[in-house]
Design a protein around this ligand. Sequence first.
Ligand code: GAL
Length: 648
Amino acid sequence: MKLGVCYYPEHWPQDWWAEDARRMADMGLSVVRIAEFAWSRIEPEPGQFDWAWLDQAVETLYAAGLSVIMCTPTATPPKWLVDQHPDMVAINEQGQRRQFGSRRHYSFSHEGYRAECARITEAVAERYGQHPAVVAWQTDNEYGCHDTTISYCASAARRFRLWLAARYGTVEALNQAWGTVFWSQVYRRFDEVDPPHLTVTEANPSHRLDYNRFASDEVVSFNRLQVDILRRQSPGRDMIHNFMGFYTEFDHFAVSQDLDVASWDSYPLGFLEQFWFSTEDKARYLRQGHPDVAAFHHDLYRGCGRGRWWVMEQQPGPVNWASFNPSPLPGMVRAWTWEAFAHGAEVVSYFRWRQAPFAQEQMHAGLNRPDRSEDIGGQEARQVAADIKALGEFAPCGPSPVALVFSYEGDWVTTIQPQAQGYRALKEAFAWYSSLRQIGLDVDIVPPGADLSGYRLVVAPCLPIVSPEALAAFEATEAVTVFGVRAGSKTRDLHIPGNLPPGELSKLLPLTVQRVESLRPGTPMAIDANGAALTGRDWREDVSTHAEVLGRFEDGHPAWIRSGKRDYLAFAPQESALSHLMSDAAKRAGLTVMSMPEGVRISQRGGFGIAINSAPEPRPAPVAKGAEFVLGGPILPPAGVAIWKVPS
Ligand code: GAL
């Protein structure tokens, strides 16, 4: 468990650096991320490098005993570069050209820009690859931020056509896969295919899905280009990228295959404000963040990193980018940090060392204020460092009993064809995750096809396309498995399967979905499950089956179906119904089901239990009597943290 910080020496007078470094070490920080936006300072004129300042910054940090995470600066190409390659910027869905003046003004598909990225990566890696201070590399910064994964520019169009030719071989196969006979969309050659935007009404869904797949592959290859150079120039260092929250435009599992560590940027208050949460939740968790949002991503990125993950940017105080930007509750920065460690983070690094008095993020807090005085976030980071010291050896994370299968492709499918407004695989995954966490279970989030052996319970909230690998993993697992609506409802080409949904999954689930309907909010559906009244929302399926039926809709149609260890739900469950279903599945799997006090979540992996209180009132720590506390105690104040030993 290490603490770190994001630092921008180029923003501050050089004669502040040594004092900054000394104070970082004094605060208990040990890793410092630098240079991800520094291209115009590193290479002020094409081909003319100014390394002196960055050399000095690295030496200063090193001299203070700090380790460096060096970055490639490719998220902010300088003005001269954009002027050299005016067509390197992305074109958005509305057909508008992105302009210079903020960041991420590039298309992943522009080959000229890729060559420039390779060149600057080579240069930075050559300069610092062997430096003893440099322990890790971050590629670029937040791929996709500000809606930049998908570009409709000419470079993307050209590479998309090549991608299609490689995927389909013949244009006839493409026509078949996309069903282009519909509305007379038949293509004669690959070079007739354009990116799917600005069509009169919705573009062909298979075309759009392939464009998502293509755009995701572009991020993978863009990242790999840099990683390959860095590995050659800087062997033995960890390769990392910093991902975002609730962001699905590329397959993060796929990008992570080329990394050693997955990391993400955790801004709990910004995410609560910007995403789909109710007004009540936004008010209740105003200064704490939703109790499951950070944890959901911790568990997702632990899955992406195959066990190794960091928080690269941790919110330290109010941010600047949400509609409203409250202060965290006193203690919350510390609690978020502990929560990350509870989920297995190796490093939690705060964004940023000092609030900048100029430019876009001047309203974003740091660990220090612009006048160099220590802000509340800095004091809380200090507190965490003291906590860690007091605890000594501590390995809070081990395997989880529950796997939640999440597919980025599934989220693309449901975004292309929501069928019920707002319905998304990501939202479903989060709702199921939250429900499992409220009954005290630890969850791993894994990609379809991951090995499911060792889990007691597996849930697949929304998996429209079931690959052969995913099918094999579901077939092989001994775990109790619960599938949500739309499982297996589409083929790989985004067609309805010939045998009707759940398509290939019908090998494991003896049922057929004969019709689906979606319902607007405020039209709940009642389900009778052997006397228990469950409620559905948004989505309902008419299923025909000879399997056991545990719950029925009012019209008698099966709603909750069981075949051996596998359940299928023919409805999207409302919160209380989901809780009933998850508890039932967990009990069948032999897991202990608890009921978390509102706002409290626990993690119990690796011999320790940790509880975090995100409620604005004190809460009891959900522990057995006589638990041996090593941090905190049986009553959790707001923003409180308690850690205890779990007897093996
Ligand atoms: C992140 C980004 C940082 C900074 C931060 C502000 O998305 O990586 O560079 O902008 O947000 O919260």
